[in-house]
Design a protein around this ligand. Structure first.
Ligand code: BES
Ligand code: MN
Ligand code: ZN
Length: 493
């Protein structure tokens, strides 16, 4: 499928389906659209009246327009109130149209959409992202796909002449989102710590990034007792992945993205019981997936900042070698941790990843982790929790999320709650009381960052969706990649 700008006037465009974006309560066709309606013998006005189409965001209707001058069907898509138009409205509308176009077996699909904020580049990028994200489907694990996929060959964005670069940018970013979706959706017998390291290797080779993989012995030398404690029951080797993108010339900023990389979380000896969702815990490397997805996108975009992509990848398993609940581990900064719950393993792996990254002398670190069920209880399935004491990094991430449409919400770093992590035997416990569980998790992580401005995103909810939602189909969302890319590009400005 190719997405391309088109300078064909609306009235002259020919193809299978023509999609027109309409604002809420402004669906009476005027000007050019009135002329278009005349061309189609008034069926658009009839359709709008019959279907009581109001232009509500994400609503779509369509009709055949006979032989209307080379257009087979017209799709109308609502954009909501004009004053409420966001970039994400265009992205979602692009997705909604793509789904209808796929169902209609369109080959050539035209878009006549308004601009967001008078910005043709951002608008074209958002529409193209919506189309590509909505049409992606994962059939890797089916012997016979029941859905034969879309037949769309060409998507033409009318009025977006000259926006090839924006459309290409969308494609680069989506390739990263799709990588993240594939990594998350793949089961734990397909994506292992070894696979994650191989994926990092493939990105490094394809785009010329530097890669360092620390093996178990390397991690031992660095004193990564927290990470290795989690890894010790698995029959698979842990992999500490450090992929680096370096721009030509002096970097504007030096940044790091760290992702929790648990390719399976059984809970360890505090094993996840029935009804705990243990069978979904292949998703526990969603942070690492977003990190590698962002790496793939950034490697193609080539921004002026240096970016480090890091994940301490392993599984949380049980065996005769497993951590015992109550064990004391020593992290690479010398801090001792009483593991009062082996299922709070993500923070243990992140602790050593944060200590390692903090020593790189960077301008900022963001970590992404499917860290706590408590974050899902607090914010629901769609919104990631943002935890930081650094207002500047918080503002950067909030701005990036505004652009990407991925929802984040800043949560309090209530220092007093650290009391819940006090240990009688070690410097701290890894688990506090149930109330405020996502906050104590973030406060735990903070103990492992001394120098660098840092923020943590708890993505346990949005990494996966049970049902189709906007440009996401049911399954892995690739959450985080687009926000991370916008963050890296934004901080370099
Ligand atoms: N990987 C889980 C968190 C999680 C829950 C991710 C649901 C995605 C969906 C994490 O390792 C975990 O088990 N957290 C525990 C922490 C508790 C033991 C303090 C939790 O949230 O119950
Ligand atoms: Mn766990
Ligand atoms: Zn986990």
């Amino acid at each position: 499928m190719t997405i391309q700008p088109s300078d064909t006037p609306l009235l002259e465009w020919a193809g299978d389906s023509l999609a027109i974006g309409l604002f809420e309560d402004a669906v009476e066709l005027t000007g050019e659209l009135a002329t278009l309606d005349q061309k189609f013998a008034g069926v658009l006005k009839e359709l709008i009246a019959e279907e009581e189409f109001k232009g509500k965001a994400n609503s779509t209707i369509f009709t055949r327009v006979g032989t209307g001058g080379g257009v087979r069907k017209v799709i109308l898509v609502g954009l909501g109130k004009p004053e409420a138009l966001k970039l994400d409205t265009l992205r979602r509308a692009g997705a909604a149209v793509a789904r209808v176009g796929k169902k209609q077996k369109s080959k050539i699909l035209g878009f006549s959409f308004p601009l967001w904020n008078n910005d043709p580049g951002a608008s074209a990028q958002a529409i193209a992202e919506g189309v590509e994200l909505a049409l992606y489907q994962d059939i890797r694990f089916k012997s016979e796909p029941e859905d034969k996929g879309s037949q769309i060959e060409t998507v033409e964005l009318l009025g977006f002449a000259g926006q090839e670069a924006a459309i290409n940018r969308a494609h680069q970013i989506v390739s990263g989102v799709i990588l993240a979706r594939q990594l998350v959706a793949a089961p734990a017998n397909a994506v292992t710590p070894i696979t994650l390291a191989e994926t990092a290797q493939a990105i490094a080779t394809e785009y010329g990034l530097q890669l360092q993989i620390l093996e178990r012995e390397d991690c031992e030398k660095l004193g990564m007792g927290a990470f290795l404690g989690v890894a010790q029951a698995s029959d698979l080797p842990p992999k500490f992945i450090h992929l680096t993108y370096k721009p030509e010339g002096t970097p504007k900023k030096k940044l790091a993205i760290i992702g929790k990389g648990l390719t399976f979380d059984s809970g360890g000896l505090n094993i996840k019981g029935a009804g705990s969702g243990i069978e979904t815990m292949k998703i526990d490397m969603g942070g690492a997936a977003a990190t590698l997805g962002a790496a793939k996108a950034i490697a193609q975009i080539k921004p002026d900042s240096e970016v480090h992509f890091i994940s301490a990848a392993t599984e949380n398993m049980i065996s005769g070698r497993a951590m015992h609940p109550g064990d004391v581990l020593t992290a690479s900064n010398g801090k001792t941790i009483e593991v009062n719950n082996t299922d709070a393993e993500g923070r243990l792996t992140l602790a050593d990843a944060l200590v390692y990254t903090d020593k790189l002398g960077l301008d900022a670190i963001v970590d992404l982790a499917t860290l706590t069920g408590a974050n899902v209880i607090a914010l629901g399935e769609d919104i990631a929790g943002l935890y930081t004491t650094d207002d500047a990094v918080a503002a950067q991430l909030e701005k990036a999320a505004q652009t990407s449409g991925e929802k984040i919400w800043r949560m309090p770093m209530e220092e007093k709650y650290f009391e819940g992590l006090k240990s009688g035997i070690a410097d701290m416990k890894n688990t506090g009381p149930r109330p405020g569980g996502s906050i104590t998790a973030a406060l735990f992580l903070k103990e492992f960052v001394k120098e660098t401005p840092w923020a943590h995103l708890d993505i346990a909810g949005p990494v996966w969706t049970d049902k189709e939602n906007g440009y996401n189909s049911a399954g892995a969302t690739g959450y985080g990649v687009r926000t991370l890319v916008d963050w890296v590009l934004g901080t370099g400005e």
